[in-house]
Structure formats: C-alpha cells, structure tokens
Design a protein around this ligand. Structure first.
Ligand code: SR1
Ligand code: MG
Length: 421
C-alpha cells in the first residue's frame, strides 16, 4: 500500500492491500494464506484479526466518522497518528505494556500490530466475575511510568515541548472528552441517554450547583494543565488481559493533561465494576467476593502508582522541574520529599475529581459501560447506577478532604448498601 487516497479496508480487500508488507508477511505468512475477520466492537474504529500460516496480526483502521453514531458525526483520520505516537512512547516508557506496533500508514490511518492471544477485554472479564493476578499493581506501574516519564519531571524540555505541540493537534478527540465527559452529564444534552427510572437521581445531580461548578473546574484542569502525555481514555475497555498478563490498548485520545486524569478514569471504572456486581448476581451474595477483589484492585492501583511515582521521583528526576541541583545537591533532600508529597497531594485530589466525573458520564452521557448495560432488569440496573452517581458526586465534592484510598474503598462499600433512587 502506498500513501493513496484513503479507503476503508474490508475483510475481502485487506489481504490484497496489505499482503505485500514485509512486516506482516514475515509474521503472518504469505497473503494467500490469510483469513480476515472484522471484530471491532468499540465506539470508533475498524479492527481486523488477520490469521495466516505463520501467525496472526491485528489491523486497526480509523473511520472518517464515529462508528457508534454514524457518518453524521465526522471524525478525522489523524487520530490514528496520535494513537501510533502514543503507543511507541508508552512502549519506551513502560516496556511490554502495549501491543508491539509492526506497521503504520498515516494516509490510510492503519496500525498493524501484535495480536494479543488469549487476551480478552478486561471489562468483559470483570462482568463475567473473573480475576487477573496483580492487576492493580500492573496498572499502577503503567500509570506511574508513562505519566512520570512523559512529563517535565523526566523529559528534556525541547522533547517535551515538541510532544506537547504534537499531541495538541488531537483537537477533535479532546473535544469529545471535553463535551461528553465534562459537560453533557450535567444538562439534558442531545446525545445523552439513561436507564428508565433513574430520573429522580439525575434531577438531584443536575440541581446540585456546587457539582456543576466542580465539573467545570475539572474541565479547566483537563484542558489547560498540560502536565504529561495521557493515555486519554484509560478505562477497563482499554485493557486486555489473560489471568496473568496485562496490556494497555487504544491510546487514540492521547493528549497532554493533568497527571491525575488517567488514574482517576481507571479507578472510576473499577468502582463502577464494583457497584454493578449486584446486578449480575445469580444467587444472593454470589458476587460479594468479586466486589471485595475489585476494591482491592482500586487500592492497589493507587498504592502502586504512588510508590512507583515516588521511586521515579527519587531516581529519575532529570527534567527541568524540581531539579536535584536545587534540592539534593544542596543537602536539601527533605525539601524534595516535601515537594513530592505536595505534588502527590495535588494528583490525589485531581484523581478523585476525574474519577467522580467519569462515573457520571458513563451513566448519563452517550458512551455507557457494559458493566451496567448488561444488567437486563432495568430496575436493578437503575439502583446500581444511582449508587454510582451518588458516589461520583461525593468524590468530586469531597476531593479536598478524603484522606486516602482506603476511605474511597470504604465509601464504595457503604454506597453499595444504600438506596440512592
Ligand atoms: C464518541 S466516542 C465515545 C467514547 O468512546 C471512547 O472510547 C471514549 O471513551 C469516548 O468518550
Ligand atoms: Mg477506545
């Protein structure tokens, strides 16, 4: 394939169009041995699994519109460019954390990459009540390494500024986040949808003016505090797992933003998984152990993030911020520890706010979670979702006073027992 006019791939045309690429032929086998299946079930793109005599590959291609909505919502192909650039940076900053990229074609918006097998989407596994060893620890490490190493705490100023400029071009995907996450949940936006029966809880939420203000403070932080390269859409649908292995995928929303954003989004999705479990019970209480495990994951994500971020601060702080020549080299190591504690406090508060807002948008906005959506009984679903809405509110409004991640887990346990409808 050369840089020709963009055309979407189909299972019928893929082998003919990509079969001559040595990067694929070497790993998958000759094109005449390929079978191709389109498996994309996300909101935006085409995803193909290509199987041949020598192996398998995933081929992802952006469509010029939002797949979830259709051609009425155009979306530029360049999101593939940002995804490619984010993937190669994530691999460099946390080796082994993402699928290996084998080929990128900017004009066709195609990324060909390693096929992860027997991995499944984490969200699917959680809905089914499955567990993954060291999940929270691995996710916390990924967040700390990519967020620290993509910032001015670590990068050379010229490199960091070049990346800031590069990812600043991801305007349309940021616009999705800015609207769908930070604004739409708090008014009757055209694309919103919600479970029948949830109306009283929604009216309470939208009538809470302090919450509306908090949401816009968070939007300001997201759009203006370019602290590090974010994954930008780090939820449990952006993680692939086996029982023992974990990889992050889909960083097409990558942009520079606040360090707490990815961690907050991720923790929100585990809290929603926790609060959705009663909706998946077959016998009373049969999801209680899974619920506790999900809170264990929540605690592990934050604890490991904090520990690894602190380790990197002490060993890899080579950027232009909080330089060692101001602190350790002057015998003022204690001040560096104070600065670290202050920064972690800021990240913690941001994280809680973003966490709360993600819980709201997944229940009130356009893009919902299978965790709740797969609860067939709408009455049960609304009861679970109302608890998540209430918890999101407490996280956003209480971000300045919640002392630690154990308190968040305790809040989830309490919410899970309460009726918020
Ligand atoms: C129109 S895109 C909706 C959502 O899907 C993506 O996965 C992001 O989460 C986005 O907000
Ligand atoms: Mg995605």
């Amino acid at each position: 394939m050369t840089a020709q006019t963009y055309a979407p791939l189909t299972p019928e045309t893929l082998a003919q169009r990509l079969g001559s690429l040595p990067e694929l032929a070497e790993r998958v086998g000759p094109a005449d041995s390929w079978t191709v299946k389109e498996v994309g079930d996300g909101n935006l793109n085409l995803v193909f699994i290509v199987s041949g005599s020598a192996g398998q590959a995933v081929v992802k291609q952006a469509l010029p519109y939002v797949r979830l909505v259709g051609e009425s919502w155009p979306l530029p192909l360049k999101r593939s460019f940002f995804e490619y650039h984010a993937l190669i940076r994530q691999e460099a900053r946390d080796p082994g954390s993402v699928p290996a990229v084998w080929h990128f074609d900017e004009a066709q918006a195609i990324i060909a990459m390693e096929f992860l097998f027997p991995h499944v989407i984490l969200r699917q596994a959680l809905v089914e009540g499955r567990r993954v060893r060291d999940l929270g620890e691995r996710l916390g490490l990924f967040c700390a390494r990519t967020l620290f190493r993509g910032s001015d705490l670590s990068m050379k100023p010229a490199d960091r500024k070049a990346d800031l400029a590069l990812f600043a071009g991801n305007v349309e995907l940021c616009d999705i986040t800015e609207n769908l996450v930070f604004s739409d949940p708090y008014f009757d936006a055209p694309l919103n949808r919600h479970t029948a029966g949830l109306e009283p809880a929604i009216a309470r939420l939208r009538g809470d003016l302090s919450l509306k203000v908090a949401a816009q403070h968070l939007k300001l932080a997201f759009s203006s505090r370019a602290e590090t390269m974010l994954h930008g859409d780090l939820h449990t649908g952006s993680v692939m797992v086996t029982e023992t292995e974990i990889r992050m995928i889909d960083p097409e929303f990558a942009t520079y933003g606040p360090i707490g954003f990815d961690v907050g989004m991720l923790i929100a999705n585990f809290l929603m998984a926790h609060l959705s479990q009663p909706g998946h019970e077959v016998a009373p209480g049969d999801r209680e152990a899974q619920q506790e495990w999900l809170l264990f994951v929540v605690e592990a994500v934050w604890d490991r993030f904090e520990a690894e971020f602190s380790r990197l601060w002490r060993t890899e702080r080579r950027g232009m911020l909080y330089q060692a020549r101001l602190y350790e080299d002057q015998g003022h190591g204690l001040a560096a520890e104070q600065a670290l504690a202050d920064l972690l406090g800021q990240i913690w508060r941001d994280m809680l706010g973003f966490c709360g807002i993600e819980m709201h948008r997944r229940i009130l906005g356009l893009a919902h979670n299978a965790d709740f959506e797969r609860i067939a009984d709408t009455g049960r679903r609304a009861a679970c979702e109302a608890r998540a809405l209430a918890m999101g509110r407490q996280l956003m409004l209480g971000a300045g006073s919640l002392p630690g991640i154990g308190t968040v887990a305790a809040m989830a346990r309490r919410m899970n027992r309460e009726d918020h409808l």
